[in-house]
Design a protein around this ligand. Structure first.
Ligand SMILES: [Zn+2]
Length: 209
Protein backbone atom coordinates (compact mmCIF):
# COMPACT_ATOMS: atom_id res chain seq x y z
CA UNK A 1 0.00 0.00 0.00
CA UNK A 2 2.89 2.38 0.79
CA UNK A 3 4.17 2.76 -2.74
CA UNK A 4 0.62 3.53 -3.92
CA UNK A 5 0.20 6.10 -1.13
CA UNK A 6 3.53 7.62 -2.13
CA UNK A 7 2.23 7.97 -5.67
CA UNK A 8 -0.91 9.78 -4.43
CA UNK A 9 1.19 12.19 -2.32
CA UNK A 10 3.52 12.88 -5.27
CA UNK A 11 0.69 13.78 -7.64
CA UNK A 12 -1.25 15.76 -4.99
CA UNK A 13 1.79 17.99 -4.58
CA UNK A 14 1.95 18.36 -8.35
CA UNK A 15 -1.59 19.86 -8.26
CA UNK A 16 0.03 22.85 -6.56
CA UNK A 17 3.31 22.83 -8.46
CA UNK A 18 1.69 22.65 -11.89
CA UNK A 19 -0.87 25.27 -10.84
CA UNK A 20 -3.81 22.96 -11.48
CA UNK A 21 -5.23 23.65 -8.03
CA UNK A 22 -4.06 26.05 -5.34
CA UNK A 23 -3.38 25.21 -1.68
CA UNK A 24 -5.80 22.45 -0.62
CA UNK A 25 -8.44 22.52 -3.36
CA UNK A 26 -8.96 19.61 -5.73
CA UNK A 27 -8.36 15.96 -4.86
CA UNK A 28 -6.89 12.86 -6.44
CA UNK A 29 -7.28 9.12 -5.98
CA UNK A 30 -5.82 5.83 -7.13
CA UNK A 31 -7.70 2.52 -7.43
CA UNK A 32 -6.33 0.10 -4.84
CA UNK A 33 -7.49 -3.48 -4.17
CA UNK A 34 -11.26 -3.41 -3.62
CA UNK A 35 -11.40 0.36 -3.27
CA UNK A 36 -9.22 3.44 -3.69
CA UNK A 37 -6.70 5.69 -1.95
CA UNK A 38 -7.69 9.36 -1.76
CA UNK A 39 -6.27 12.65 -0.50
CA UNK A 40 -7.57 13.88 2.89
CA UNK A 41 -9.93 16.76 3.64
CA UNK A 42 -8.72 20.26 4.43
CA UNK A 43 -4.99 19.73 4.37
CA UNK A 44 -2.48 21.76 2.41
CA UNK A 45 -0.81 19.50 -0.15
CA UNK A 46 2.60 21.01 0.56
CA UNK A 47 2.62 19.29 3.99
CA UNK A 48 0.91 16.06 2.90
CA UNK A 49 2.32 12.75 4.22
CA UNK A 50 1.64 9.13 3.24
CA UNK A 51 -0.16 8.48 6.55
CA UNK A 52 -2.73 11.17 5.64
CA UNK A 53 -3.95 9.25 2.57
CA UNK A 54 -7.28 7.49 3.22
CA UNK A 55 -8.36 4.06 1.94
CA UNK A 56 -12.06 3.79 1.06
CA UNK A 57 -13.61 0.56 -0.19
CA UNK A 58 -16.02 0.45 -3.13
CA UNK A 59 -18.97 0.41 -0.70
CA UNK A 60 -17.81 3.76 0.68
CA UNK A 61 -16.50 2.45 4.02
CA UNK A 62 -13.37 3.84 5.65
CA UNK A 63 -11.66 4.18 9.02
CA UNK A 64 -13.66 6.86 10.85
CA UNK A 65 -10.51 8.19 12.53
CA UNK A 66 -9.46 9.47 9.14
CA UNK A 67 -11.00 12.26 7.12
CA UNK A 68 -11.07 11.71 3.34
CA UNK A 69 -11.71 14.54 0.91
CA UNK A 70 -15.31 15.74 1.26
CA UNK A 71 -15.67 14.95 -2.46
CA UNK A 72 -14.91 11.22 -2.11
CA UNK A 73 -18.40 10.16 -3.30
CA UNK A 74 -17.83 10.97 -6.96
CA UNK A 75 -14.52 9.07 -6.84
CA UNK A 76 -16.40 6.03 -5.45
CA UNK A 77 -19.13 6.32 -8.08
CA UNK A 78 -16.65 6.66 -10.97
CA UNK A 79 -14.66 3.59 -9.83
CA UNK A 80 -17.88 1.61 -9.47
CA UNK A 81 -19.22 2.51 -12.89
CA UNK A 82 -16.03 2.65 -15.00
CA UNK A 83 -13.87 -0.44 -14.89
CA UNK A 84 -11.14 1.30 -16.93
CA UNK A 85 -10.73 4.09 -14.36
CA UNK A 86 -7.56 3.38 -12.38
CA UNK A 87 -6.86 6.93 -11.21
CA UNK A 88 -8.82 10.19 -10.90
CA UNK A 89 -7.67 13.82 -10.84
CA UNK A 90 -10.14 16.51 -9.78
CA UNK A 91 -9.02 20.12 -9.81
CA UNK A 92 -10.28 23.70 -9.72
CA UNK A 93 -7.85 24.70 -12.46
CA UNK A 94 -8.33 28.34 -13.46
CA UNK A 95 -9.30 28.07 -17.13
CA UNK A 96 -11.55 25.01 -16.86
CA UNK A 97 -13.26 26.56 -13.84
CA UNK A 98 -13.74 29.92 -15.59
CA UNK A 99 -15.38 28.16 -18.55
CA UNK A 100 -17.50 25.98 -16.20
CA UNK A 101 -19.10 29.09 -14.69
CA UNK A 102 -20.74 29.66 -18.09
CA UNK A 103 -21.96 26.03 -18.00
CA UNK A 104 -20.26 25.66 -21.36
CA UNK A 105 -18.85 22.47 -22.84
CA UNK A 106 -15.61 22.58 -24.84
CA UNK A 107 -16.76 21.93 -28.43
CA UNK A 108 -14.69 20.65 -31.36
CA UNK A 109 -12.83 23.95 -31.83
CA UNK A 110 -9.55 21.97 -31.82
CA UNK A 111 -8.87 18.34 -32.68
CA UNK A 112 -7.14 17.74 -29.32
CA UNK A 113 -10.61 17.77 -27.69
CA UNK A 114 -10.74 14.12 -28.87
CA UNK A 115 -8.16 13.21 -26.21
CA UNK A 116 -11.04 12.94 -23.72
CA UNK A 117 -12.63 10.26 -25.93
CA UNK A 118 -15.36 12.13 -27.81
CA UNK A 119 -16.27 15.04 -30.07
CA UNK A 120 -16.54 17.47 -27.15
CA UNK A 121 -15.79 17.77 -23.44
CA UNK A 122 -19.08 18.13 -21.60
CA UNK A 123 -19.89 20.25 -18.56
CA UNK A 124 -21.66 18.43 -15.70
CA UNK A 125 -24.66 20.21 -14.20
CA UNK A 126 -24.09 22.00 -10.92
CA UNK A 127 -24.96 20.38 -7.59
CA UNK A 128 -23.51 20.97 -4.10
CA UNK A 129 -20.01 19.53 -3.69
CA UNK A 130 -19.76 16.14 -2.02
CA UNK A 131 -23.34 15.08 -2.86
CA UNK A 132 -24.59 12.01 -4.72
CA UNK A 133 -26.52 14.39 -6.95
CA UNK A 134 -23.22 15.87 -8.15
CA UNK A 135 -21.87 12.34 -8.71
CA UNK A 136 -24.86 11.56 -10.89
CA UNK A 137 -24.36 14.71 -12.97
CA UNK A 138 -20.65 13.97 -13.38
CA UNK A 139 -21.29 10.38 -14.54
CA UNK A 140 -23.73 11.66 -17.13
CA UNK A 141 -21.13 14.11 -18.51
CA UNK A 142 -18.48 11.37 -18.46
CA UNK A 143 -20.50 9.02 -20.65
CA UNK A 144 -18.00 7.75 -23.28
CA UNK A 145 -15.50 10.35 -22.04
CA UNK A 146 -12.55 10.37 -19.66
CA UNK A 147 -12.86 14.08 -18.78
CA UNK A 148 -15.54 16.69 -18.08
CA UNK A 149 -15.98 20.14 -16.64
CA UNK A 150 -18.17 20.59 -13.55
CA UNK A 151 -20.40 23.69 -13.61
CA UNK A 152 -19.29 26.48 -11.26
CA UNK A 153 -16.69 24.16 -9.80
CA UNK A 154 -13.82 22.79 -11.95
CA UNK A 155 -12.89 19.70 -13.91
CA UNK A 156 -12.34 15.97 -13.52
CA UNK A 157 -10.33 13.40 -15.49
CA UNK A 158 -9.54 9.71 -15.11
CA UNK A 159 -7.04 7.35 -16.69
CA UNK A 160 -5.05 4.12 -16.48
CA UNK A 161 -2.59 5.80 -14.10
CA UNK A 162 -2.23 9.01 -12.13
CA UNK A 163 0.25 10.32 -14.65
CA UNK A 164 -2.23 9.73 -17.51
CA UNK A 165 -5.14 11.37 -15.62
CA UNK A 166 -2.88 14.24 -14.58
CA UNK A 167 -1.66 14.89 -18.10
CA UNK A 168 -5.24 14.89 -19.38
CA UNK A 169 -6.19 17.40 -16.65
CA UNK A 170 -3.39 19.70 -17.82
CA UNK A 171 -4.59 19.33 -21.41
CA UNK A 172 -8.23 20.06 -20.47
CA UNK A 173 -7.14 23.27 -18.76
CA UNK A 174 -5.02 24.20 -21.76
CA UNK A 175 -7.93 23.59 -24.15
CA UNK A 176 -10.23 25.67 -21.92
CA UNK A 177 -7.68 28.50 -22.03
CA UNK A 178 -7.42 28.34 -25.82
CA UNK A 179 -11.20 28.18 -26.21
CA UNK A 180 -11.73 31.23 -23.97
CA UNK A 181 -9.14 33.16 -26.03
CA UNK A 182 -10.85 32.08 -29.25
CA UNK A 183 -14.22 33.33 -27.93
CA UNK A 184 -12.75 36.79 -27.27
CA UNK A 185 -12.56 37.50 -31.01
CA UNK A 186 -15.91 35.98 -31.92
CA UNK A 187 -17.29 32.55 -32.56
CA UNK A 188 -14.60 30.03 -33.54
CA UNK A 189 -15.13 27.72 -36.49
CA UNK A 190 -15.75 24.19 -35.24
CA UNK A 191 -14.47 20.97 -36.79
CA UNK A 192 -17.19 18.85 -38.39
CA UNK A 193 -18.50 15.63 -36.90
CA UNK A 194 -16.92 13.56 -39.70
CA UNK A 195 -13.53 15.20 -39.15
CA UNK A 196 -13.75 14.57 -35.39
CA UNK A 197 -14.65 10.93 -36.08
CA UNK A 198 -11.50 10.64 -38.20
CA UNK A 199 -9.40 12.10 -35.39
CA UNK A 200 -11.05 9.81 -32.84
CA UNK A 201 -10.32 6.66 -34.83
CA UNK A 202 -6.72 7.83 -35.37
CA UNK A 203 -6.16 8.43 -31.67
CA UNK A 204 -7.62 5.00 -30.84
CA UNK A 205 -5.11 3.33 -33.14
CA UNK A 206 -2.37 5.49 -31.68
CA UNK A 207 -3.28 4.44 -28.13
CA UNK A 208 -3.39 0.80 -29.08
CA UNK A 209 -0.07 0.99 -30.89
ZN1 LIG B 1 -13.86 20.37 -6.04
Amino acid sequence: MNSSKKEVVKFAKMLNDKKLSALRSGNISLRYKNGFLITPSGQKYSSLKEKDIVYINLDGEYNKNQKPSSEWRFHQDIYNSKKNAKAIVHSHSTNATALSTHNKKIPSFHYMVALAGGIDIKCAKYATYGTRELSKNILKALKNRSACLIANHGQITFGQSLSEAFELAEEVDNLAKQYIKALVIGRPKLLSLSEMKKVLSKSKTYKRG
